[in-house]
Ligand binder design. Structure first.
Ligand code: SF4
Length: 285
């Protein structure tokens, strides 16, 4: 039988076969996938809003939640926080939110006034600041501030109390205008919206809570007389041991989560869980 003539495709395939297949890394993951995951993580961290946390300046997105958690996050230094870090999946959740937000910003251009602008409420002793998602004109020409949230099932979603509180800060900062929470289903972009006229009562509750937090953080700061470290602008820079001391001295806020799911839920737990609940002598309560 006459031998078949070698074609350019045979040559191409044999050259391709000869290429070395990348070896999986130690943990069995394709090194390319590992690289992609690393790049996504870096990009996600860099593309978020950078906040310069400091005594007297608090983020609107965290005000609805546990005061102790906010205090711990502000007081600890970078290394200490990294040591306590548990759930990096939150980065992915934030990125999905950002992608949906970017899409909406383009789609809503005809009614969009502005987006992602930083606003603040100055309460004298301290400031609450944050970036609202969208400021649009409704069908009657009224301004309305919209906070976009992602969800897994828009047909079942209800407005979360925490989200209403966060929205109230943006509403107050924009002079008490109407607001809305827009829930977008991650898989298919189904949406549900809840409108809220500015509610002074809800905003007052936020102010009372943040006043208590501010006073606790100030007391802790004064106790340790700690100067903000150069190169660590986002955190105050106490050590974990100092924070544990502050817990024992009752300087930091008590263990009072605003919502039951904050300490622990089906898929994650607060990174400070061991400090609050462990009988481990290192952490205590
Ligand atoms: S474990 Fe619970 S009480 Fe402790 S900081 Fe976290 S949310 Fe707050």
């Amino acid at each position: 039988m006459p031998s078949r003539k070698t074609t350019p495709i045979d040559k191409f395939l044999s050259e391709d076969d000869a290429k070395e297949t990348p070896k999986p890394s130690k943990n069995g993951i394709d090194p390319l996938l590992e690289k992609i995951q690393e790049l996504v993580k870096v990009f996600a961290n860099e593309s978020g809003h950078s906040y310069r946390a400091q005594i007297g300046r608090y983020r609107a997105s965290s005000v609805p939640y546990c005061n102790r958690k906010i205090a711990f996050e502000m007081l600890l230094g970078v290394e200490e926080l990294e040591e306590l870090e548990e759930d990096t999946r939150l980065v992915g959740t934030a990125m999905t939110g950002q992608i949906i937000h970017d899409f909406l910003e383009k789609a809503l251009e005809p009614i969009l006034i502005s987006s992602e602008e930083e606003v603040e409420v100055n309460l004298g002793e301290f400031v609450i600041s944050g970036h609202y998602d969208l400021l649009v004109k409704d069908v009657d020409g009224n301004k309305i501030v919209i906070d976009v949230k992602t969800c897994s099932d828009a047909s079942k979603v209800q407005a979360k109390e925490a989200h209403v509180r966060q929205l109230s800060v943006y509403q107050a900062a924009l002079g008490g205008i109407d607001g809305a929470l827009l829930y977008v289903e991650r898989n298919n972009f189904q949406m549900k919206m809840f409108r809220f006229p500015f509610d002074k009562e809800i905003f007052s509750q936020v102010v009372v809570k943040m006043t208590e937090l501010h006073s606790r953080i100030t007391r802790t700061w004064e106790y340790f007389e700690k100067k903000q470290r150069e190169g660590m602008p986002q955190l105050i820079g106490l050590t974990l041991d100092q924070v544990l001391e502050a817990v024992k001295l009752d300087l930091v806020p008590p263990r009072e989560p605003e919502f039951e799911y904050e300490c622990r839920n089906a898929w994650s737990r607060c990174r400070f869980y061991d400090i609050c609940y462990s009988s481990n002598s290192r952490y205590g309560r």
